[in-house]
Ligand binder design. Structure first.
Ligand SMILES: C[S@@+](CC[C@H](N)C(=O)[O-])C[C@H]1O[C@@H](n2cnc3c(N)ncnc32)[C@H](O)[C@@H]1O
Length: 279
């Protein structure tokens, strides 16, 4: 019981650091996750407990360990074609609308913000490649960003376990776009070339990624508090072409969270700019 208070202080402090740096909130009822998420790091660093970890990462010299600790606390859940109905509507509605809007310049730029281990960006690449004939002669660009360097390293490698490959991917897509290597499955280099991965914090972008025709920001902002969500929406609206489209996760909406975007009448879960924003 004597140690209960310091550990509680350590978890609260770690949750506060996570929110300040990434926007992600952890509710006090879920603070137990912090201990679980950090256990492997404590073990590999030979640090006895969370109090000791906090003491180490408060030293500015240990910024790398602080970053690794926060990355370990992030929710990185992702899988191929997550929320199949949304990918079906991308294929049947959203992409045809964008193809019509961009037919004069024949370029399409897509940003997967909070891409995690890459399944979302590769699902997008598969979707475009499966309909290659319609995109003949187009310049297609998919950019996947995430705050977590370790998740991005996995995304770039395009290597997935048997469990990961079976989550959401049809057997046909698995055999067409991946090759088995031992226990893992590795993405086809042709598909890998369609996607660029970059480290980027939605709240504090490192550089200008340019403007996009379609932004997928799915299952990221749902963990943000109102203030950081507002900052993130203002970054997304600036990065979107005036007639571009934003897709959120299946359980997310802009309604009640921002007035920078408004629902499109014909595409479920897809939003357009409420007003063109410059600058
Ligand atoms: C739950 S995953 C969602 C992955 C994918 N979009 C999907 O729906 O399958 C959320 C991702 O957002 C990333 N993330 C959290 N805060 C972020 C921030 N401030 N900037 C960029 N990425 C962030 C996390 O690292 C994590 O990989």
């Amino acid at each position: 019981m004597i140690h209960a208070q310091p550990a509680a202080d350590a978890t609260r402090l770690l949750a506060g650091l996570l929110e300040a740096r990434t926007g992600q909130q952890i509710a006090p009822s879920r603070y137990w996750r912090i201990q679980t998420a950090l256990a492997p790091l404590l073990k590999s660093e030979g640090i006895p407990d969370l109090d000791a970890l906090v003491a180490v990462i408060m030293d500015p010299e240990n910024e790398k360990l602080l970053k690794e600790s926060l990355e370990a606390m992030l929710n990185n859940e992702s899988f191929f074609f997550r929320d199949t109905a949304m990918f079906a509507s991308l294929r049947s509605d959203t992409l045809p609308v964008l193809r019509e809007r961009r037919k004069a310049r024949r370029t399409l730029r897509i940003w997967c913000a909070g891409t995690s281990t890459g399944q979302e960006a590769y699902s997008m690449a598969i979707l475009l490649d499966s309909d290659r004939a319609s995109w003949e002669g187009w310049k297609l660009e998919i950019v996947g960003t995430d705050i977590s360097a370790s998740m991005l390293a996995r995304a770039r490698a395009g290597r997935y376990s048997q469990f990961e490959i079976q989550r959401g991917l049809s057997v046909d897509h698995m055999l067409r776009y991946f090759r088995q290597d031992g226990e893992d499955w590795v993405i086809d280099p042709r598909l890998q070339k369609m996607v660029q991965f970059r480290e980027d914090n939605l709240l504090k972008p490192r550089g200008d990624l340019g403007r996009f025709d379609l932004i997928l920001c799915r299952n990221v902002l749902m963990y943000f508090g109102p203030e950081t969500r507002h900052i993130a929406y203002s970054k997304l609206v600036k990065a979107l072409e005036d007639d571009g489209l934003l897709m959120l996760g299946a359980a997310e909406t802009v309604l009640g969270h921002t007035d920078l975007f408004c629902p499109t009448r014909e595409m479920r879960g897809v939003y357009g700019k409420a007003l063109p924003v410059r600058g």
